[in-house]
Design a protein around this ligand. Structure first.
Ligand code: NAD
Length: 436
């Protein structure tokens, strides 16, 4: 099939490459000229495992190309996906101006044959109706079309694997004609397809992300209870997660959730439910626990180091999770900035996130180290902020030798407390009893 994806970021680019990989012909559109030029030159603007090969292979096979022109994309395609940003506004509600603009632009170039317009961005329930109204209002050609909701569930860091092998594909539509085409798009993935009305599909995405955030906050709230009672959170979540009704995924205590999706999607769902007159207060508590987790971690650093002014602190990890270069809304970045604000000398290292952190000027004043060992040189404390596998493989004896004081705050419970103490570190994990 001929497909167009409008917005070639984490979702649009990876989806486009995966659709091409299964045999569709895909044209990815973006209004950022630098991004399109870079993609046309074979340079991939984001890091995602397996993505570079996938893009190069499909560009080479002439199944994938890039343009700035929505008209070129829409003209060439039966199905047009929208994957543009839906950022939060100050009150937590979603800024839908990107979606509205794209809907108008599509309307301006729709002509001739029937098209399916698919919303893949994360949007509030009832947005599909607004998109359909907008296209109807601005389209002068009378071209037939349907609007479909097809929320995306990929996880950054394993986006290619998630898209090639999804747990489920949600398609919200009341049009048999649109459904038939959407099923053809997804047929090669051999994944379970869940067909719903548009409103339910839109709601599924916010409800799913909110539930995952709730699981994380549940584990984090338990971690505080473990610290107060001397229990070990790792044992506790293993014990809970072994119950198939609960599951072990997303029950890891740490520094709290961050990134470009969870904080904004939970805030959005709260705003949506407030607007519907059905306030989802449980989610406000999820947000509170998340903020508290970061505050407790910073307090434990202050408790140990007292005044932070001029203290040398190493931070391993800047991205919001491992295997990505995404530093948007990253808890590690917040932590670095809190330390800088109190006058600490921060030396940070991240395997993939330093370029974007520097480009976006997110941690001005911190030194960007060349390696994990370079970061800990002379440090009075080491903070593990992202659980990159690379960090677990560093020679810990060398780390200790290079540090001024062997004090480790493990914000991701990457290391085993007994091993760390055995090596001579003063080790503080998350929720690992008083002694930890
Ligand atoms: P992104 O910022 O990485 O990419 C969006 C792209 O859209 C950018 O390249 C931008 O230049 C482009 N764009 C903006 N306006 C445009 C326009 N008028 N015409 C053409 N291109 C335009 O964003 P993302 O992370 O890919 O997220 C996109 C949507 O998908 C959001 O709603 C997000 O919530 C949702 N989502 C994201 C993820 C994720 O892990 N990143 C997962 C699931 C869903």
């Amino acid at each position: 099939m001929e497909l167009c994806i409008i917005g070639s970021g984490y979702v649009g680019l990876v989806s486009g490459a995966c659709f091409a990989e299964v045999g569709h012909t895909v044209i990815c559109v973006d209004n950022d000229p630098r991004k399109v030029q870079s993609l046309q030159a074979g340079k991939i603007p984001i890091y995602e495992p397996g993505l570079e090969d996938l893009v190069h292979r499909n560009v080479g096979a002439k199944r994938l190309r890039f343009t700035q022109s929505i008209e070129e994309g829409v003209d060439a395609s039966q199905v047009v996906f929208i994957a543009v940003p839906t950022p939060p506004q100050a009150d937590g509600s979603v800024d839908l101006s990107f979606i509205e603009r794209v809907a108008r632009e599509i309307a301006g170039v729709l002509k001739d044959d029937y098209r399916v317009i698919v919303d893949k961005s994360t949007v509030p329930v009832k947005t599909g109706e607004k998109v359909a109204d907008t296209i109807k209002r601005y389209n002068k050609s009378g071209c037939e079309f349907d609007v479909v909701s097809n929320p995306e569930f990929l996880r950054e860091g394993c986006a290619v694997a998630d898209l090639m092998n999804p747990d489920r594909v949600v398609i919200g539509s009341s049009s048999d004609r649109a459904l038939a085409l959407m099923k053809k798009v997804y047929e090669p993935f051999m994944a379970p397809i869940l067909v719903t009305d548009i409103n339910s599909a839109e709601l599924i995405k916010h409800a799913a992300n909110s539930f995952l955030a709730l699981k994380i906050s549940y584990a984090n709230a338990l971690s505080a209870i473990c610290e107060a009672s001397g229990a070990d959170i790792e044992k506790v979540v293993d014990g809970i997660g072994a119950d198939k009704r609960i599951g072990r995924h997303f029950l890891n205590a740490g520094l709290g959730y961050g990134g470009s999706c969870f904080p904004k999607d939970i805030a959005a769902f709260i705003a949506i439910t407030d607007h519907l007159g059905m306030p989802f207060n449980l989610l406000k508590e999820v947000q509170r626990i998340n903020a508290d987790q970061k505050a407790r971690f910073l307090k434990s650093i202050r408790d140990a180091l007292w005044v932070l002014q001029d203290k040398k602190i190493a931070v391993w990890g800047l991205t919001f999770k491992p295997d990505t270069d995404d530093v948007r809304n990253s808890v590690p970045i917040d932590i670095v900035n809190e330390l800088l604000k109190e006058g600490a000398q921060v030396s940070a290292y991240d395997p993939k996130g330093m370029e974007k952190a520097a480009e976006l000027k997110l941690i001005e004043g911190a030194r960007l180290a060349e390696s994990p060992l370079d970061a800990v040189e002379g440090a009075e404390a080491l903070i593990i902020a992202t659980e990159w596998k690379e960090f677990a493989a560093v020679d810990l004896a060398e780390v200790k030798a290079r540090m001024h004081t062997p004090l480790v705050f493990d914000g991701r419970n990457l290391f085993d407390p007994a091993t760390m103490r055995g090596l001579g570190f003063t080790y503080r994990g998350i929720g690992r009893g008083r002694a930890a």
